[in-house]
Design a protein around this ligand. Sequence first.
Ligand SMILES: Cc1ncc(COP(=O)(O)O)c(C=O)c1O
Length: 381
Amino acid sequence: MRGIAHEFPLNDGLIYLNHAAVGVWPRRTAESVKQFADENMQQGAQEYPRWMQCEQSLRRRFARLVGSPSADDIALVKNTSEGLSLIAYGLDWQAGDNIVSTLQEFPSNRIVWESLAGQGVELRQADVSGDDPEEAIIACMDMHTRLLSVSSVQFGNGLRLDLKRLDLACKERGILFCVDAIQSLGALQFDVVGCHADFVVADGHKWMLGPEGVAVFYSHPAAREHLNLCQYGWHMVEHAGDFDRRDWQAAKSARRFEPGSPNMLGIHALDASLSLFEEVGISLIEAEVLKRSEWLTHAMLSDDRLVLLSPSEAGRMSGIVSFRRRDLDAAGHAALYRHLMKAGLICALRCGGIRFSPHFYTPMPQLAQAMAMAATYQPSA
Ligand SMILES: Cc1ncc(COP(=O)(O)O)c(C=O)c1O
């Protein structure tokens, strides 16, 4: 971790605890974007083959981050919602089919499934606020369940699900398994082989510290074959770049989900961001993220004025820690949130409370400052 502060020259006085919303770019990412802009200004796409190497490099970095054995399983898409839509509109649904998800999902992982209602497809949402969230999910499954789609970490309170247990339930019943991993990738280790997910989708602008507009869409080769294509273009064919060829087939690899020219600016940026994760190592990053969450959890549990909204058991924790002030109602929390933001504590208003999401580089003393600011705030009369 030596020298890491150099990568994060945040403004003096700013405490950034909002990586579960939009992360901060490391210095190298900002520099890569500036360099790419200059290159475009000075020589256009003269070195396009090098840009294509960067695209391949990002695919490989994503494969390693997800734990996929092959970069061929990685498609570069715009965002999580697009990846989930490729699944929703790629599968052949029968009226009476159902999809299981949770009641606590971010809207990206709900609206897309609700949109299938016109085809007679039901969305079942398990309440995962109880003692056994996986059991609540499994209880919603039946012989008509075709897909389970859950976030590995819930966006509101940071609850981490046991993906291996869910996978087992899916495999026993022949159900496809889709994971929205946006709140995990870049913060926690992920093992797509171990959890046997058929699809994994995640945008790069949160814990991966990249720009908005580039996301990973992993598909297992067998599951990929279940998806009809809904977008077409020169880039998604087996012989992309052979513009004189008239016959075509969709690429065998996940590139088949990428219809046209890639977001090269975003790719350069995210490739730079992920190079930092590989240098530091995702296991060390996870340890540092959890160390911060444990510190915050302990601080919140020790303060009678606060109610912890996040899980405190080791296997359930993530990078997100949310809390409420006992003396404040919803409007009071909105006012507290505005006060913190104005004071330079960047956080989020979620699940009726305040959500903190520091990253591995966040200086530990800032956590104590943040807690003091939140706990001592006095609402104006
Ligand atoms: C669990 C989860 N999924 C998805 C998203 C965002 O989706 P998209 O990448 O489509 O903007 C968020 C953003 O907060 C999220 O928390």
